[in-house]
Design a protein around this ligand. Structure first.
Ligand SMILES: Cc1ncc(COP(=O)(O)O)c(C=O)c1O
Length: 392
């Protein structure tokens, strides 16, 4: 074979379907309910802090593992909220988004032959993350309609080769919020098999119906074997800033920082300064964030329901998984393409979140959008007719 081709690793996964749907949406003038980014402004104080930092010439590399004010803020807030002492110098590493935080963590801890347990459906990136880091994924099903897992199935996914389990709570794409009892079950297995919990908590503050977010690092015996990932993207509506972080046990921080340094050197310096201010926003900012998203969730649930989708009501994050069987399309990709080209609404085919065929009857919509955007999607979806029904 010619050497002018990509690596075997790169050949094992396809380009992101989520990002592709955004491009198709732009091409066809669609209402973009695919990729999870808000179409409304970020908080004024956070934007002003970024502008101030640039004007004050915070324009050169920050310390590779993160500017001190942001690292201190990350440690302070986690300790204040959850009562687990975090030492910024030993445990916090700032990365280019939670995306890089996950990649740096996986590359820092995985050896060839190691297995990683991943719940299915999963956030699209975790599959390529596993391939690029050399891990063998072991999938465990989250069962519809409430996305619970079978404790026996989970237990049988662990063995001597298990290096880590990836948790994402609140969860993308399902909106599942893992309960303390579920996290305790996972913790028992991590302790038994000496495995690491890598937990993506990027939707920590986007949680509904009075539920509380439980970080697995707060479960007994887990602080020393958990890498918690988070970032500015979702909490402060700045997905384009690319600032995220890891909170790791000191035993893993050195490896994560080395990988991070050689992957990206560091996250944008002025935006880290703004991040330090953002993390200090008062409690009512976070309460309003969750309350506003809950309203948008209820609005999109009502719209999708009216247009014949079967919805799985999310308890957190800003996505709604739907069942599309009523429309009689051969599969989710065909339906998503029809929806963006002919109806003018972009959503993500369910198969992007599954290894198995279960995703082929599903579509994910996001609701981190202005009222007008959701109203326009509603208007366009009027054209949709379920299979077997003719419009008069
Ligand atoms: C579960 C999850 N993790 C990570 C990310 C990406 O985060 P970041 O923008 O911090 O790289 C997303 C974005 O949609 C996500 O849904």
């Amino acid at each position: 074979m010619s050497k002018l081709s990509g690596s075997k690793k790169a050949a094992q996964f396809s380009e992101s379907v989520i990002r592709e749907m955004t491009r198709l949406s732009q091409q066809y003038g669609g209402v973009n309910l695919s990729q999870g980014f808000p179409d409304f402004p970020a908080p004024a104080a956070v934007k002003a802090a970024a502008c101030d930092a640039i004007k004050a010439d915070v324009n050169q590399y920050a310390v590779t593992w993160g500017a001190r004010p942001l690292r201190e803020a990350v440690a302070r807030e986690f300790t204040r909220r959850y009562g687990v002492l975090i030492v910024a110098d030993e445990q916090v590493t700032v990365c280019c988004g939670t995306t890089e935080a996950m990649m740096a963590t996986m590359m820092a801890i995985i050896d060839p032959g190691d297995e990683v347990v991943i719940f299915e459906p999963f956030y699209e990136n975790y599959g390529p993350d596993a391939i690029l880091s050399g891990a063998t994924p072991r999938y465990v099903t989250l069962h519809e309609p409430d996305w619970t897992f079978d404790p026996d199935e989970l237990a049988s996914a662990f063995n001597n080769k298990t290096k880590a389990i990836i948790i994402n709570t609140p969860n993308n794409p399902t909106g599942k919020v893992f309960t303390r009892t579920e996290l305790e079950m996972i913790a028992v297995l991590c302790r038994k098999w000496d495995a690491i919990a890598i937990t993506d908590e990027i939707y920590e503050h986007i949680i509904y119906d009075g539920q509380r977010h439980v970080p697995i690092a707060t479960i007994e015996g887990m602080a020393d074997r958990t890498v918690t990932l988070n970032g500015l993207s979702k909490t402060y509506s700045v997905t384009g800033w690319r600032v995220g972080w890891t909170i790791s046990p000191p035993s893993l921080t050195g490896a994560i920082r080395k990988v991070h340094d050689f992957l990206t050197v560091g996250a944008p310096a002025p935006l880290q300064e703004a991040g330090a201010l953002a993390l200090g926003l008062p409690g009512d900012y976070y309460a309003a964030l969750a309350a506003n998203y809950q309203q948008r969730r209820d609005r999109l649930l009502a719209i999708l329901d009216r247009h014949h989708f079967t919805c799985f009501k999310p308890g957190g994050a800003y996505y709604i998984m739907t069942d599309i069987s009523a429309f009689g399309f051969p599969d989710d990709v065909a339906f998503a393409r029809y929806l963006v080209k002919d109806v003018g609404v972009a959503a993500v085919p369910g198969s992007s979140f599954y290894k198995t065929a279960a995703g082929r009857t599903k579509l994910r919509f996001c609701f981190c959008k202005k009222d007008e955007t959701l109203a326009e999607a509603d208007r366009r979806l009027e054209q949709l007719v379920p299979a077997g029904v003719t419009r008069h």
